[in-house]
Design a protein around this ligand. Structure first.
Ligand code: NDP
Ligand code: GDR
Length: 383
């Protein structure tokens, strides 16, 4: 009999990579998706199977983390060996606009899952992974941040996740549940949501190179993040649930980079040098130099002449609407525990991650530009 996993948030970045990983391992994967007025399964469509086929290994259920009856019914029906709770309102800036909903989904949602497992008498069978976050560390108390570093959350999102973290620990201790937190630092990929900073940058740099957009407006360029690749991080989620004893683990690369340097690296990936000038809200990045051979190889000869005319022009500016009321300035994780106990190591460097994202976005934006030429309406929305 194959093992059964239930993934909440299966339509998100991590849900998609984890579903693929578990299906490859022979699992039957159940996922919870939200009802939406449009199709929202883009990231997992390659795994989709016709509901009329027997012995499917990917099965989707409608549900929501704010609906305990729905969650309890699904968990009762599925009888999962493993639950990966990845669903969340995951955007830190948006959580300042929707704090109550964020608390409900990201905080109480965790309780609903734990309590469903308990009430359904599934404690001996079901292991639970909770998607905790480096945002818990918030205001810097210690660097690098590890499992014992005190938390100081700095957003409604992080405060909701703090509840999720501690209720997971509490259910583990109170009811001997196999429930664990993965304290994951930022992880990105070509599937990353378009409004998170890395994907916003790789999309914009691609569009600027292709002549589809003049400039991108950003928020705080000085904050530092420890970025890994989502593909590496879903391996850690799985490894955490395969341990005999439940526990909490930091998953990180141990290297931190500013947003400014990430932008420079994304341009450099296609042979372009930008120079940052000015300060605070007046900071800009100016197009300084093009390695033509590399640009032709990575972007295409057809785009070079038009792009060369832009040397000396601004390609990045600041828009204060992207600043956060309270910011997390510095994240850098120490994943020693994961390395020693799980044998986990990231395979992607930051440069390899950026290469993967840029290759994907250049291809995607070219497709959009062809569609536009053909008269189709394309997404022209930046946040
Ligand atoms: P995404 O935003 O890409 O995906 C979030 C998923 O949750 C989507 O499937 C979304 O559905 C679903 N969802 C949102 N609200 C609800 C709800 N109320 N009920 C049911 N489903 C809901 O996030 P990631 O894949 O990047 O992250 C996965 C988890 O890991 C999240 O909990 C996030 O907070 C956490 N995390 C992420 C990190 C990162 O760097 N990526 C780092 C640390 C933690 P829909 O597609 O319909 O929007
Ligand atoms: P974060 O990711 O808040 O770390 O949360 P995000 O990519 O949104 O921001 C990272 C940093 O970049 C700065 N920034 C901008 N951010 C966005 N989104 N847009 C901008 O234009 C911009 N300009 C600068 C931000 O201020 C911030 O300092 C992510 C999410 O995946 C969470 O769910 C997860 O828990 C944490 O990572 C770990």
């Amino acid at each position: 009999m194959s093992k059964v996993a239930l993934i909440t948030g299966i339509t998100g970045q991590d849900g998609a990579y984890l579903a693929e990983y578990l299906v490859k391992k022979g699992y039957t994967v159940h996922g919870i998706k939200r009802r939406s007025s449009m199709f929202n399964t883009d990231r997992i469509d390659h795994l989709y199977q016709d509901p009329h086929v027997e012995n499917r290994n990917l099965i989707l259920h409608y549900g929501d983390l704010t609906d305990s009856l729905n969650l309890t019914r699904i968990i009762g029906e599925v009888q999962p060996d493993e639950i990966y709770n990845l669903a969340a309102m995951s955007h830190v800036k948006v959580s300042f606009d929707t704090p109550e909903y964020t608390a409900n989904a990201d905080g109480l949602g965790v309780l609903r899952i734990l309590e469903a497992v308990r009430l359904l008498n599934l404690i001996p069978k079901t292991r639970i992974y909770q998607a905790s976050t480096s945002e818990l560390y918030g205001l810097v108390q210690e660097v690098p941040q590890k499992e014992t570093t005190p938390f100081y959350p700095r957003s409604p999102y992080a405060v909701a996740k703090l509840y999720g973290y501690w209720i997971t620990v509490n259910y583990r201790e109170a009811y001997k549940m196999h429930a664990s937190n993965g304290i994951l630092f930022n992880h990105e990929s070509p599937l990353r949501g378009e409004t998170f900073v890395t994907r916003k940058v790789t999309r914009a740099v691609s569009r600027i190179a292709l002549g589809m957009q003049e400039k991108v407006y950003m928020g705080n360029l000085s904050s530092k993040r420890d970025w890994g690749h989502a593909k590496d991080y879903v391996r850690a989620m799985y490894a955490i649930l395969q341990q005999d004893e439940p526990s909490d683990y930091v998953i990180a690369t141990g290297i931190t980079t500013t947003i400014r340097d990430f932008i420079s690296k994304a341009f450099k990936e296609i042979g372009v040098e930008v120079i940052f000038k000015g300060e605070n809200v007046n900071e800009v990045a100016v197009l300084n130099y093009i390695d033509e051979k590399m640009f032709i190889e990575k972007v295409g000869e057809a785009y070079l002449e038009k792009f060369k005319e832009r040397i000396g022009e601004e390609v990045v500016g600041i828009d204060p609407q992207y600043f956060r009321p309270t910011e997390v300035d510095l994240l850098i994780g120490d994943a020693t525990k994961a390395r020693t106990r799980l044998g986990w190591e990231p395979k992607y460097t930051l440069d390899a991650l950026i290469q993967d994202m840029m290759q994907n976005d250049i291809k995607l934006m070219k497709k959009e530009s062809y569609l536009k030429e053909g008269g189709y309406k394309i997404l022209n929305y930046f946040e």
